[in-house]
Structure formats: structure tokens, C-alpha cells
Design a protein around this ligand. Structure first.
Ligand SMILES: Cc1cc2nc3c(=O)[nH]c(=O)nc-3n(C[C@H](O)[C@H](O)[C@H](O)COP(=O)(O)OP(=O)(O)OC[C@H]3O[C@@H](n4cnc5c(N)ncnc54)[C@H](O)[C@@H]3O)c2cc1C
Length: 391
């Protein structure tokens, strides 16, 4: 298999690199200052000022269908995500949460799409994804939030847990049970619930590392039927199509490659300051990070060819998220002198060490969010190899 980019893709990478190169250091520092000012709330995937710049450069909504998006291939989306992270943009705005928007464009009513999409593009409207519940995480189809139809409204009752960004979003894209007689994946629908609807309450849940996620409570929340995405009771199919479109999202690999590149830059011409075991570790991480990248590229290639790509996506997710944790811990040990001699709360005089410390905290949850490592391994064994479910 040829993993290299095609000529067109390479030209696309050059073009994107030129665009992000135009963002100067002062502007990038302003993005980060805005991101840091959010503190633990900074889990939202991008600083708004960065989003606006990317809108101006035409880099938001790349893979959304026309007329809203540019119909970019998943390779192009992957290239853009890599270039943005490599250029130092806070997180990767082209991938995170944008699958929700793809779902909206494909399955929302024309009225809702026309109302909401221009606001999304302007950075004025955000969505959170509300799937998991207190008793339904890995076993998502055990969910219990109900939406009972009364005329042209649904009345929603229940609760969603771990909802990232709910406190900053205008809508939560939820999976709810619309057929009370149904079980498991049948009888579910996707519903956009406005976060300011009466009866809706959002409470913070602080997870390890200092991030904020949320628990959302719905008590007789009335939602117009027109806020449903796709046909009633067919939410599971819509969700699964949306999730497989996220197949090539890197869970920490891209950020690890950037940190490693910065480390190599620091030691350029001074490699004799490193111990033999550090050099061995660098060789190991360079190799594994390239494997992670190629797993994502392979998942992309399968998707483009129209082949089933979710198993390849699971391989990339489990390998990349566990590797990111391993790399983050090693980097923190390597830079320990700069990290741990600093007084608590003091400004960082070693930015690489400060970013490494931030990263080690951030990577704690990457093996859980988006489906745990165990669930990914089960998917590889069952869907990929056709092995039976365990007892
Ligand atoms: C930081 C963060 C952000 C998140 N953001 C969102 C969000 O925005 N929206 C959203 O809907 N959800 C979100 N989640 C929830 C996430 O998807 C779930 O935490 C995840 O799917 C696991 O579900 P759970 O926490 O209920 O754990 P459980 O499903 O209860 O699992 C507990 C443990 O049992 C293991 N386990 C469970 N079932 C099996 C099995 N069949 N075989 C082997 N092992 C198994 C799991 O791997 C895990 O180790 C987020 C989670 C985190 C940590």
C-alpha cells in the first residue's frame, strides 16, 4: 500500500501550510491567552478568535456537504488537522464536534439547517454531543432519556452525563428514546435540545486533570419536533454513520508528534546532553508515532474507497490514545527538572515543559472519551475478526 500523499494532496498540504503560516506569533499567543483564560473550562476545542481566523481562511466546515462546506475528502481534513496542530493552533477545530454539524446538514430539516449553519460558520453557535448517561456509557443503548410526542413537540425527561462543552453550547445533540415500547437500538431518535429551554439544567462535573464536563438534566423539556434529525426512531443508524465519519481522528498522536518535534529542536546540536536511554526512547516514540499516523491514514484510505473503516478507526484510537499517555509520561520525566522546581502557580519559564505538563493531564481521559480502549479492542476482535461476543 502506498501511504504517501498524492500530488494533489501534497499541493493541498502546501496551500494549507501557507495559509496557517500567515498567522503570526503575536496572533497565536493571543489565541492561547484566550484559551488559557478559560481555565478548566478550556476543554472547548478552540479559542473563538482562532475559529474566526480559520473561517476567514476557509478552513472551517471543510468536509461538510455543499453548499455549506467544501466537500473536502477525509485525507484533506486529516492534512488540515495535522497542519493546524503543527502550527500551534489550540487543539484541532476542524475535527472536534464538527461531526455533529455534518449530522445536522445531512439529517436536519432545511429550515433548521438554514437557520443554524451560518451562525456555526461565524463561530456564534456551538453544539455538544449528549449520548452517554449515568447508566449508559459503553453500553449506550441502555439509555433511558425519553422524548414523548405531544402534537408538534416532544417532552423530554432524563439525564445525560459527561457532556463536554454543554455549558458553552446552544444545543445538545442527544440520542433519546422516542418509542417507549422499544429496547436497545430500536426506537431511538436524535434530537437537538436548546440549552436554554425551560426545565433544562446543566451542572459541572470536573474530571481528572481539571477539565470540565457536565451532567445535563431534563425535566419536562419541550422541544419542537422540527428539531429532530432524521426520521423518528432511526437515531441509532444516523449516529453510527456519523461516528464512522470520525474514523481518522487522532486521539493525542498529532499533539505528541508536535511536542516531540519541539523536543528535538531543543536538543539540536546538543544530543550529548541526553542519556542513552533517552535516545532509545526517542527512537521508539518516533517509530510508534509514525505507526499511529499510518493507522489513521489507512482508516482514511478505506473510507475514501468506500470500505468499512470503523475497525481501522478503532485500531488508531486505541493505539494512539495509549501511546499519547505513554509519551506524555516519558516527556514529563525527561523535563522533570524544569517542571517540578517551579513554584505552584508561577509563570512557566520553560514553555515546552509547561505544555508537556498540561498534556500529561489532558491525556488521562483520552482512553475513555470517545469509547474506552476495552470497547475498541472488542470492536477489533468482533467486527474486525468476526470473533463471537464473550460470555
Ligand atoms: C473527558 C471525557 C469527555 C467525554 N465527553 C463526552 C461527550 O461529550 N458526550 C458523551 O456522550 N459522552 C462523553 N464522554 C463519555 C464517554 O464516552 C464514556 O465515559 C465512555 O463511553 C465510557 O462509558 P462510562 O464512563 O459509562 O464507563 P462504563 O461503560 O461504565 O465502563 C467502565 C469500565 O468497564 C469497561 N467495560 C464496559 N463494558 C465493557 C465490555 N463490554 N467489555 C470490556 N470492558 C468493558 C470499560 O472499558 C471501562 O473500563 C466523555 C468522557 C470523558 C472521560
Amino acid at each position: 500500500m502506498d501511504f504517501s500523499l498524492s500530488e494533489d494532496e501534497q499541493a493541498y498540504r502546501d496551500k494549507v501550510r501557507q495559509l496557517v503560516d500567515d498567522v503570526d506569533g503575536a496572533q497565536m499567543r493571543a489565541f492561547w491567552a484566550e484559551q488559557h483564560a478559560l481555565g478548566g473550562d478550556r476543554m472547548f476545542p478552540w479559542a473563538l478568535s482562532a475559529h474566526k481566523v480559520l473561517v476567514e481562511q476557509g478552513l472551517i466546515g471543510l468536509d461538510w456537504p455543499a453548499p455549506w462546506g467544501k466537500g473536502a475528502t477525509s485525507s484533506e481534513v486529516f492534512v488540515v488537522a495535522e497542519e493546524l496542530v503543527a502550527a500551534g493552533f489550540p487543539s484541532s477545530p476542524v475535527t472536534s464536534s464538527h461531526s455533529l454539524v455534518r449530522g445536522l446538514i445531512s439529517h436536519g430539516s432545511p429550515k433548521i439547517v438554514e437557520e443554524q449553519l451560518p451562525k456555526v460558520l461565524a463561530g456564534d453557535l456551538r453544539y455538544a454531543g449528549g449520548l452517554s448517561e449515568p447508566e449508559a456509557g459503553s453500553d449506550l443503548f441502555a439509555l433511558r432519556t425519553t422524548a414523548v410526542r405531544h402534537g408538534d413537540e416532544y417532552v423530554v425527561n432524563g439525564s445525560k452525563l459527561w457532556t463536554s462543552y454543554a455549558h458553552e453550547a446552544q444545543y445538545i445533540s442527544t440520542l433519546v428514546r422516542t418509542d417507549p415500547e422499544s429496547t436497545r437500538h430500536r426506537g431511538l431518535s436524535m434530537l437537538l435540545i436548546p440549552t436554554d429551554a425551560p426545565g433544562m439544567e446543566i451542572k459541572p462535573v470536573w474530571v481528572v486533570g481539571g477539565w470540565r464536563v457536565n451532567q445535563c438534566f431534563f425535566e419536562d423539556v419541550r422541544v419542537p419536533v422540527s428539531n429532530r434529525l432524521g426520521p423518528e426512531n432511526e437515531g441509532a443508524a444516523i449516529l453510527s454513520a456519523g461516528l464512522s465519519a470520525e474514523r481518522s481522528m487522532s486521539f493525542g498522536g498529532t499533539e505528541s508528534r508536535l511536542l516531540l518535534a519541539r523536543l528535538l529542536h531543543r536538543f539540536a546540536g546538543a544530543a550529548d546532553e541526553l542519556q542513552d536511554n533517552d535516545l532509545e526512547a526517542i527512537g521508539r516514540f518516533v517509530t510508534k508515532l509514525e505507526v499511529e499516523r499510518l493507522l489513521n491514514v489507512a482508516a482514511n484510505a478505506k473510507g475514501i474507497r468506500g470500505e468499512e473503516a470503523s475497525v481501522a478507526g478503532s485500531m488508531g484510537k486505541v493505539f494512539g490514545s495509549e501511546l499519547a499517555q505513554e509519551f506524555a509520561q516519558w516527556l514529563n520525566e525527561l523535563l522533570a527538572d524544569s517542571l517540578y522546581q517551579r513554584e505552584w502557580g508561577a509563570a512557566a519559564d520553560d514553555q515546552l515543559a509547561a505544555d508537556a505538563e498540561w498534556f500529561v493531564r489532558g491525556t488521562v481521559t483520552v482512553t475513555v472519551a470517545g469509547g474506552t480502549s476495552e470497547i475498541q479492542r472488542n470492536a477489533i476482535a468482533q467486527r474486525g475478526l468476526g470473533l463471537p461476543k464473550g460470555a
